[in-house]
Design a protein around this ligand. Sequence first.
Ligand code: SF4
Ligand code: SF4
Length: 205
Amino acid sequence: MGVILRTEKAVEKLEASGLQTDKSIINLDESFARHIGLLSGQSLAECYQCVKCSAGCPVASAMDILPHQIIRMVQYGIKETVLSSQTIWICASCYTCSVRCPNGIDIAHIMDVLRQISLAEGFPPGEKNVPEFHSAFLSSVKKTGRVYELGMLARYKFRTGTFMQDMKLGAKMFLKGKIKLLPHKIRRLGEVRRMFQAASNRESK
Ligand code: SF4
Ligand code: SF4
């Protein structure tokens, strides 16, 4: 169970690392860093804020909080801000940050854990349609063992009501043969389904 703290010293340190903070609303949950460390298997305490992760992130310009700041905020237990940030949903899981980190911290995996906790604890996603995209992607992989783009897009657009968005791009991709009309199943689909089952069993424990 998290302990809610408000400490001026922690706020000062956060501001020194470049974060804009509102002293009146910051709640610090001291169990948060421990929880994320356990779930991700990463040693967050080893981050010394060198900023290499953020400097190499290809989508940093679209984020509301940079990756190194997310790590700092997790260290300080600023749970609500992290779990409702756009950043954790904008992260494209490209692993550039994880490869660049001089301390071997797998930041991409931490982002993944943060997304899962954010969903499990019912935080409104910082980017409203991204969880639907994740869900459409995973459902497609579960069915055929690989992404069936047309099916995935149909499901995503139906659930988000974004029928006209990116239509031109979709048409171009279709004409270039990048989007197939029919799904293509992989040979060992059973193995993929067993992985999904194992993940689902682990979640329900
Ligand atoms: S690259 Fe690693 S050590 Fe540097 S700020 Fe990012 S997480 Fe911290
Ligand atoms: S994994 Fe996410 S946070 Fe890391 S560099 Fe890629 S997009 Fe950025």
